[in-house]
Design a protein around this ligand. Structure first.
Ligand SMILES: [Zn+2]
Length: 225
C-alpha cells in the first residue's frame, strides 16, 4: 500500500480547509490541522496538552518537539495508516527537518508538499469583503461575491453583519507579510527536495480540487512502481 503523506501549504484564505475536506473524501486522508490538534489536546488535558498549556500560559510559543510529538502520536492512529494531510506545520525549514527526522524514525516519509498559490491582492479582496452575522458566525457573506439582499443585514435572521477584526485589510496584509517571510524559504526547501506541487488557487475550488486529485493519483501510481 502506497501512502500519501502530505503537507498543505498556502496563504491564509487560499482555501486550504476546503481542499482538505475534499481530499479526506477522495482518499480517506485525515486532515491534521496542528492548531486544532493543539487546542484539542489542551482541552482534553493530555500529557502533551498539559505541557503545551504551560508554554501558552506563559505567553511563549509551544516548542517544535511538543508539536512534533503530537503529530507523531496522531499519525500513529488507524485512520492515518494510508497517509495524512498536515496543515499548519512545518512553518520553517528547521521544523521541516525535524518533521522529516521524526517521520524517518517511523519508516515513513513525505510524499509531497501541496502549495495553493493566490496573489496577495486576490486574497485581500476575498477576505476584506467578508461579512459575518453577529448572531450566527456560520452565516457568512461577501460584499462582492455573495452579497446579502439588504446591505449589512443577514438574509437568514435579520441580524447585523460585521467585518471581523481578522478580516480588516491591515490585519490581512500583516498576516500575509508573516506568511511570506516564513513560508517562502520552506517552499524553496520542498522544491529543492523535489516534493513541491503547485496549484493555481485563483481558479475555482472545483478546478483546484480536480488538479490536486489528478496529481495525487499520479503520485500514488508512481509510488507503486
Ligand atoms: Zn444570521
Amino acid at each position: 500500500m502506497s501512502e500519501l503523506n502530505l503537507i498543505l501549504l498556502g496563504p491564509p484564505g487560499a482555501g486550504k480547509g476546503t481542499q482538505a475536506d475534499r481530499l479526506r473524501e477522495d482518499f480517506g486522508l485525515p486532515h491534521i490541522s496542528t492548531g486544532d490538534m493543539l487546542r484539542a489536546q489542551v482541552v482534553e488535558n493530555t500529557a502533551l496538552g498539559g505541557e503545551a498549556k504551560r508554554y501558552m500560559d506563559a505567553g511563549e510559543l509551544v516548542p517544535d518537539e511538543v508539536i512534533i510529538s503530537m503529530i507523531i502520536d496522531r499519525i500513529g492512529d488507524e485512520d492515518a495508516r494510508d497517509g495524512f494531510l498536515l496543515d499548519g506545520f512545518p512553518r520553517n525549514e528547521q521544523q521541516a527537518d525535524a518533521l522529516a527526522r521524526a517521520l524517518g524514525g517511523l519508516d515513513r516519509r513525505l510524499s509531497a508538499a501541496l502549495l495553493i498559490e493566490v496573489s496577495d491582492e486576490d486574497l485581500v479582496r476575498r477576505l476584506a469583503g467578508r461579512r459575518v452575522c453577529v448572531k450566527n458566525p456560520g452565516h457568512i457573506y461577501h460584499v462582492e461575491f455573495d452579497p446579502p439582499k439588504h446591505e449589512g443585514v443577514c438574509d437568514q435572521d435579520g441580524s447585523r453583519l460585521i467585518q471581523r477584526d481578522d478580516d480588516q485589510e491591515e490585519t490581512i496584509r500583516t498576516r500575509l507579510q508573516v506568511y511570506h517571510s516564513q513560508t517562502e524559504p520552506l517552499i524553496g526547501y520542498y522544491d529543492h527536495a523535489g516534493l513541491l506541487r503547485r496549484f493555481d488557487g485563483q481558479r475555482t475550488a472545483e478546478e483546484v480540487h480536480a488538479h490536486i486529485r489528478a496529481t495525487l493519483a499520479t503520485l500514488r501510481l508512481e509510488e507503486k512502481l
